[in-house]
Design a protein around this ligand. Structure first.
Ligand code: DGJ
Length: 544
């Protein structure tokens, strides 16, 4: 049986009959330019939310899509190792590298900061025309504290550990220690000060991730003495809805408010992690106010907190993290589980731009990029991108090249775009965009391509759709068949007036072929064949 995945199109004007101010065959409306006038220096990267509630990342005064890749955890620990990798990334179509900076490497002795490597890496990335997103491996790296300096690790009296049960400490710093927090914040602030000094002119660094996959491992909560005391303390007023007629709720402990159990313990941890991270982020922003985010190790379905890393910036803890960490600009998912699209949608919320700083690196990476950018992501980044297999790398390069061409359309003011991801589990999808419904089916579902169904070279398919007008669309992707139906009253049948294949050159759609005959199944559908990424423009009309 074929399952259908219904996709929320990313425009707030979903299904509305409003014409987009993007001309046919002309470049999209110019992106909103909100950055200050040039002062001779590129302006600082910033997130800007428009009147429709869509957030864009601006770098150097221009909106930017982060066509990214994250280096493996240890690949940026020496310049000699990282140099050839940074040179290779642009050949994969990347414009951005996500680079770890480990606390142990920048502060090997307390107070003696060593930024030489960070500076070299940023300059090397710049030489390769890459933007940089720095990943602060400070107090936590995947919930552990392996990247904290030795002088922190060894002094557990001064820098207390989390305890999975009373008296049983683990190699993870406790979130309930001001010494842990403030020592981390000092190092992070120094890092941001240094980045400002070396990068204020070029603005190579565009975002910073604060910590890495903050969470409690092997237990829903920390059970150390400071944590236990905090658990008995009242739930902060910020987290409690006001009582009747706006009156403040009487003070009550976490268990009194939320009941006993791991879900309560996780919520408690999320609040304290958020407060800790907020102090670190604020210290960094005071030196250099780059956009900052946190990333989440996702909650494995069917498991409970502690079985999965507990208390991180997860979808069900969104309100806690937003309230607890106002200095963090967005919460981001690291997506290694199946159902990529569903995880994206849990993070794509008003006030939280979609950014995927880590995704499983594999043959599906390229189609995931199409989906994410169709759904207005500001960035996408397969993990350990330098180790990507050749075929997956070729696909990613093709995808990033095409998405890069489409960037002016995707970033345009009032752009109406959507992504659809089709796989074996959900080979159909439906998008309402402009005046039409777009029904997307995996190419393998088309009976004529049944051999491909049995031997799929490209098991995943995706489409990215841009409404140029109510009746005209750009459709990019692979392995997809699109049919059309009117979505608004009037003549009941959608006809295909014409389909052109093309590419974007200098922001304009340039026709390579008029597609007719077999390529459109004699006018019945638009087809992006499996095996490579393509771009087509379709114009529709209605009849009875
Ligand atoms: C998620 C982490 O954030 C990364 O640093 C890395 O450890 C990957 N997991 C490995 O799969």
């Amino acid at each position: 049986m074929l399952h259908k995945r219904s996709v929320r199109a990313s425009s707030p004007a979903l299904g509305a009959a409003l014409a987009l101010a993007v001309g046919v065959g002309r470049p999209a409306a110019q992106p909103v330019m909100v950055a200050p006038k040039s002062t001779g220096r590129a302006s600082l990267a910033r997130l800007v939310t428009d009147e429709q509630g869509r957030t864009r990342l601006y770098a150097g005064g221009r909106p930017l899509l982060l066509l990214g890749g994250e280096l493996g955890n240890s690949s940026a620990s020496s310049l000699a190792f990282a140099k050839p990798l940074l040179a290779k990334l642009p050949t994969l179509g990347l414009n951005t590298v996500l680079l770890p900076v480990s606390w142990e490497l920048i502060e090997p002795d307390e107070g003696k900061l060593a930024f030489g490597l960070v500076g070299d890496l940023v300059r090397e990335a710049r030489r390769n025309r890459l933007h940089v997103v720095l990943l602060w491996f400070g107090s936590w790296k995947n919930g552990m504290s392996s990247t904290a300096p030795a002088w922190v690790k060894r002094d557990q009296k001064r820098f207390p550990r989390a305890e999975v049960s009373p008296g049983h400490g683990v190699e993870a710093l406790s979130a309930f220690s001001e010494a842990n927090r403030d020592t981390d914040a000092r190092a992070f602030a120094a890092l941001l000060r240094y980045i400002r000094e070396i990068d204020e002119r070029d603005r190579t660094v565009v975002m910073v991730q604060v910590e890495n996959e903050v969470a409690m491992i092997d237990s829903a909560a920390d059970h150390g003495p400071a944590a236990a005391a905090a658990f008995r303390a009242p739930v902060p007023a910020e987290l409690l809805p006001a009582g009747p007629s706006g009156a403040a709720r009487p003070a009550a402990s976490w268990e009194e408010v939320y009941g006993k159990g791991p879900a309560t313990e996780e919520r408690f941890m999320a609040w304290h992690y958020a407060r800790y991270v907020d102090v670190v982020a604020r210290a960094g922003k005071a030196e250099y106010a780059l956009p900052m985010f946190v990333n989440a190790a996702l909650n494995r379905p069917g498991h409970r907190p502690g079985q999965y890393p507990s208390g991180g910036p997860l979808p069900h803890l969104y309100d806690v993290w937003k309230a607890g960490a106002p200095s963090i600009d967005l919460l981001a998912p690291d997506i290694y589980f199946p159902d990529f699209a569903a995880w994206c949608e849990r993070y794509r919320r008003p006030g939280n731009a979609l950014l995927i700083p880590e995704a499983r690196n594999g043959p599906e990476s390229a189609v995931h990029a199409f989906y994410a950018f169709g759904q207005q992501a500001i960035g996408f980044s397969p993990f350990s991108v330098e180790t990507m297999a050749e075929g997956a790398g070729v696909a990613l390069k093709q995808a990033y090249e095409l998405i890069g061409e489409l960037a002016p359309f995707l970033l345009a003011e009032r752009a109406r775009t959507a992504g659809a991801l089709l796989d074996r589990e959900a080979p159909r999808s439906e998008l309402a965009l402009g005046s039409y419904l777009l029904r997307l089916a995996h190419d393998y579902t088309w009976e004529w391509s049944s051999p491909a169904r049995n031997d799929p070279t490209w098991p995943h398919a995706a489409a990215l759709v841009v409404a140029l007008a109510d009746d005209e669309y750009l459709v990019a992707g692979n392995g997809v068949i699109v049919t059309f139906a009117p979505a608004t009253p009037g003549d009941p049948i959608a006809g295909i007036e014409r389909i052109d294949e093309g590419r974007i050159r200098d922001g304009k759609f340039v026709v390579t072929r008029r597609l007719n005959g077999d390529e459109t199944h004699q006018g019945r559908h638009l087809r992006l064949p499996a095996g490579s990424f393509g771009l087509q423009r379709v114009k529709l009309y209605r009849y009875r």
